[in-house]
Design a binder for this molecule. Structure first.
Ligand SMILES: *Cc1c(COP(=O)(O)O)cnc(C)c1O
Length: 434
C-alpha cells in the first residue's frame, strides 16, 4: 500500500495558486527519515551523510537536509554552485565527479570541498590545475587540498552473500567507468601523500537502488578490508570511508523497504570485525545517499485532461516525461494513486500518458486503476529523487514547479515552473540568423 502525503482536498486548494503539474515534497517525511539514518549510524562518531545533489538540486531541500546534519555530494559546476549558494561549503561538500573538467576541480578546491578522485591520472591533473588556485583548506605545502579521497572499483561482478538460489548478482563493476583498481588506488594515495595531502578517504559505489539490507554491510566489508591493506601498503592513515549511494526504495507497493537501523548495525558489525582490530576504530563513515533520502517524500501531481479509446484505453495527463523521465528511460514502475478514489475498485486498465511525440512517454502501461475521469488528480509516487532533476525539454516541453509541504501543513513554492521565455532565451538572439 502506498498512501499519498497529500489528499484530494489539499490538492484542490494548492492548484488555486500552483497549477498542475508540479512536484511536491514532504518536509516531515524528509526530516524523520534523515534522523533515522543518523540514528542508525550514531555508533560512528564522525558519521555524515552527503546528500547526492543530482537527485534533488533544490535549495530548500538542501537546507532542510543541512539542518539535519547532511552535507552535499556534488559532481558538476552547477551542483557546486547550488551547494555554495545554499550555504553548504567547506568539508561539507564531497565532490564525487568523473571525467571532470579542470574548472570544477578548481571550484571545489576554492570552496574547501573534498575532492574524490575518479582516476589515478587525476592526481597529476589536479596538482596541475590547482597551481595558482587559492585553496580554502590547503595542505601545508599549499599546493593540494588537505583532505582528499579516491574512488575504488573492484571490477568483476558484485554479488551479495549466498542464498538458496546461489549468489545474488547486484551489478557489474567490471563494466563501469568509475573508480580505480586496487593497484592504482594504492599508487594514488602514495602520490597524494608525496604531494602533501594529509587526510584521506576511500569511496566506492557498486550497485544502484538496492532493496536489501545487505548492500551496505557487504560493501563496507570490502572497503574496510581494502582500507587495512591501503594503510599498510601506501603508508597513509584513512580518516573516512564513504559508502556512497545505492541504498534504494521499493517503487512497487508490494516491495519491502530497507530497514536503515538493520543496515547501520550491519555496517557496525563489519566495522568491529575488521577496522577496530586493525587499530582503525576512529575512521568516520560517510554516505552519499540520494534516492533513499528523498524518493518517497516527493510526488508528481498531475491532472487527467484526456481519455482515448483505440486499441487500448489511454488517459492523457498534463505531465509528461519532461517532468519525470524514469518510466521512459528505464521502464521504471511508479505507483499511481487517483486522489479521492483511494478505496475505489481498480477495475480499469489504462496506459497513462504524457504529450511527448514519443511512444515511451507513458507513466504507466496496462495499469489497473480505478475509473479515471477528466479532471481527476493523479499522484505519481516516489518522485522525490531523480525526478524533477532528470527532466528535459524535448518537444519544447517545460519543467514544472517544485512545492514544499511544510511541517505545519502550509505549502510554499521552492522552484518556479519554467516559462516559454526561459526555453526561448538561448535562441532569442538568433531569429534572423541565416
Ligand atoms: C548518483 C550518485 C549517488 C546517489 O545515488 P542514489 O542511488 O540516489 O543513492 C551518490 N554518489 C555518487 C557518486 C553518485 O553518482
Amino acid at each position: 500500500m502506498k498512501t499519498p502525503f497529500v489528499t484530494k482536498e489539499q490538492v484542490e486548494e494548492i492548484v488555486k495558486t500552483y497549477p498542475t503539474p508540479f512536484h511536491i515534497y514532504d518536509e516531515k517525511g524528509i526530516r524523520e527519515n534523515a534522523r533515522a539514518l543518523y540514528n542508525a549510524f550514531s555508533w560512528n562518531k564522525g558519521f555524515k551523510e552527503y546528500f547526492a545533489v543530482k537527485a534533488t538540486p533544490t535549495p530548500a531541500i538542501l537546507r532542510i537536509l543541512h539542518e539535519e546534519g547532511c552535507g552535499t555530494d556534488c559532481s558538476s559546476m552547477a551542483e557546486l554552485v547550488i551547494s555554495e549558494k545554499s550555504g553548504i561549503v567547506g568539508n561539507e561538500i564531497m565532490f564525487s565527479s568523473n571525467d571532470t573538467p579542470a574548472e570544477e576541480f578548481i571550484k571545489c578546491a576554492e570552496l574547501g570541498g573534498i575532492i574524490n578522485l575518479d582516476d589515478l591520472t587525476h592526481v597529476d591533473f589536479v596538482y596541475d590545475v590547482l597551481k595558482d588556485v587559492d585553496i580554502k583548506d590547503p595542505c601545508s605545502s599549499g599546493r593540494m587540498p588537505r583532505v582528499m579521497s579516491c574512488r575504488f572499483n573492484p571490477g568483476g561482478v558484485f554479488t551479495l552473500g549466498e542464498s538458496e538460489e546461489g549468489f545474488q548478482v547486484m551489478d557489474t563493476p567490471g563494466d563501469s567507468k568509475y573508480g580505480m583498481t586496487e593497484e592504482q588506488i594504492i599508487e594514488a594515495y602514495k602520490k597524494l601523500k608525496e604531494l602533501g595531502v594529509e587526510e584521506f578517504g576511500i569511496h566506492s559505489f557498486l550497485a544502484s537502488n538496492t532493496v536489501t539490507n545487505e548492500y551496505y554491510p557487504t560493501l563496507a566489508g570490502i572497503l574496510f578490508e581494502l582500507a587495512v591493506r591501503i594503510q599498510e601498503k601506501a603508508g597513509v592513515t584513512l580518516s573516512f570511508i564513504n559508502l556512497s549511494g545505492g541504498v534504494g526504495v521499493p517503487y512497487d507497493p508490494e516491495g519491502i523497504p530497507n530497514d536503515i537501523a538493520i543496515i547501520g548495525e550491519g555496517v557496525h558489525k563489519k566495522f568491529d570485525e575488521i577496522l577496530v582490530p586493525a587499530g582503525m576504530g576512529d575512521v568516520s563513515i560517510y554516505t552519499e545517499l540520494g534516492r533513499y533520502m528523498l524518493a518517497p517524500y516527493g510526488h508528481l501531481v498531475t491532472k487527467a485532461i484526456h481519455e482515448k479509446h483505440i486499441y487500448k484505453e489511454y488517459i492523457g495527463v498534463d505531465a509528461c516525461a519532461a517532468n519525470l523521465m524514469r518510466p521512459a528511460m528505464y521502464g521504471a514502475y511508479h505507483h499511481i494513486t487517483v486522489l479521492g478514489k483511494e478505496d475505489a475498485p481498480t477495475d480499469y486498465v489504462y496506459d497513462v500518458t504524457g504529450s511527448l511525440c514519443e511512444n515511451n512517454d507513458k507513466f504507466a502501461i496496462d495499469r489497473k486503476l480505478p475509473k479515471i475521469d477528466k479532471g481527476d488528480y493523479l499522484v505519481i509516487h516516489d518522485t522525490g529523487a531523480h525526478g524533477h532533476s532528470m527532466g528535459y525539454n524535448y518537444n519544447g516541453r517545460l519543467r514544472s514547479a517544485e512545492l514544499l509541504l511544510r511541517e505545519d501543513g502550509s505549502v510554499i513554492q521552492i522552484r518556479r515552473a519554467e516559462t516559454l521565455d526561459d526555453y526561448l532565451s538561448t535562441i532569442d538572439d538568433y531569429w534572423d540568423i541565416r
